[in-house]
Design a protein around this ligand. Structure first.
Ligand SMILES: CC(C)(COP(=O)(O)OP(=O)(O)OC[C@H]1O[C@@H](n2cnc3c(N)ncnc32)[C@H](O)[C@@H]1OP(=O)(O)O)[C@@H](O)C(=O)NCCC(=O)NCCSC(=O)CCC(=O)c1ccccc1C(=O)O
Length: 278
């Protein structure tokens, strides 16, 4: 039975849907621009990801690009829309220049849900960084990966370079940025940049299969694991995420609830009932 997707809200630049199995799907919908993002695209992606983060039924988010375009080509995302790039960032309909994709990268990395990039065709420039910051990437056999900044006047010195180096190693990351080559899906798999490669017609089904498997597992365990993986590379903000989960688990304990109740009831807490575990 094909999965039934229910639209959440209508947007100009993205399609946002959910299915009954706790999986959300966010599709960048600008195929005529190889799904390049403008400020409005990023704002809409941010809103959809926030909704998925808040929805307690959702455990997995699939991020993908609409396609193929009329010319038959596929794209996950070709990065920032160069036709609206001004001297201080990408200029939206409101005339304000922004680099708001950085907020989106942080949200994808920190939200306590599993984000899976489904890449068909080009994942280039800022579009490559978008798949990179997702927890997992499944590529179609036509996936094309690469950075272009030094060829066209841009660079991502944040997750786009340092996190890339954590994933593929320093030498390979420098090669990717300094030479601006394109890599096919098999090369991406070989360097650990993607988790799996499947025929393009099976991309969504494979993403759903992985999503369904994840949905069988413990939400709290996966939440803590995601923040632990981030803590290893994200410095103090990574520790903040991990520690936030420790606080969440503590709040959920009988012990924290007794101490909270005691404060509210203006009485001493019954500390004796709680063990000092070894
Ligand atoms: C992706 C390509 C390799 C595909 O090539 P091809 O299949 O031959 O297609 P084309 O004929 O080139 O393109 C078809 C059509 O799409 C338009 N298009 C493609 N990409 C873009 C784009 N990025 N912006 C705008 N338009 C795009 C193209 O113009 C064609 O339209 P026509 O009307 O027919 O002309 C190839 O398309 C390609 O190389 N694209 C450009 C890739 C690129 O330069 N991307 C931007 C890199 S910089 C970036 O992503 C910003 C990073 C970022 O956001 C950031 C990071 C860190 C800190 C700050 C920031 C920040 O916010 O700036």
């Amino acid at each position: 039975m094909p999965t039934e997707w229910t639209p959440v809200k209508t947007y100009s630049d993205i399609v946002y849907e959910k299915c009954a199995e706790g999986i959300a799907k966010i599709t960048i919908n600008r195929p005529e621009k190889r799904n390049a993002f403008r400020p409005e695209t990023v704002a809409q992606l941010f809103e959809a990801f926030c909704d998925a983060r808040e929805d307690q039924r959702v455990g997995v988010v699939l991020l993908t690009g609409a396609g193929p375009h009329a010319d038959g080509k596929y794209a996950f995302c070709a990065g920032g829309d160069q036709s609206v790039r001004g001297s201080a960032g990408y200029v939206g309909g409101d005339g304000v220049p922004r680099l708001n994709v950085l907020d989106l990268q942080k949200l994808i990395r920190s939200m306590p849900k599993v984000v899976i990039a489904l890449v068909a065709g080009y994942a280039i420039g800022g579009g490559h960084v978008l798949h990179l910051v997702c927890d997992l990437t499944i590529s179609a056999d036509n996936g094309v990966f690469g950075q272009v900044g030094p060829r066209m006047g841009s660079f991502d010195g944040g997750f786009g370079s340092s996190y890339l180096a954590r994933i593929v190693g320093q030498k390979k990351a420098r090669e990717i940025w300094f030479l601006c080559r394109q890599y096919d899906a098999q090369q991406a798999l070989d360097m650990g940049l993607v988790n799996a490669v499947v025929p393009v017609a099976q991309l969504e089904e494979e993403g759903l299969k992985w999503g369904r498997e994840i949905m069988q597992n413990s939400p709290l365990a996966i939440r803590c694991l995601k923040s632990a993986f981030n803590a290893d590379v994200d410095g103090q903000s990574g520790l903040q995420e991990l520690a936030g989960n420790a606080t969440l688990l503590y709040y959920m304990s009988e012990e924290a609830q007794e101490f909270h109740r005691a404060q509210r009831e203006k009485r001493p807490p019954d500390a004796g009932q709680f063990p000092w575990l070894p």
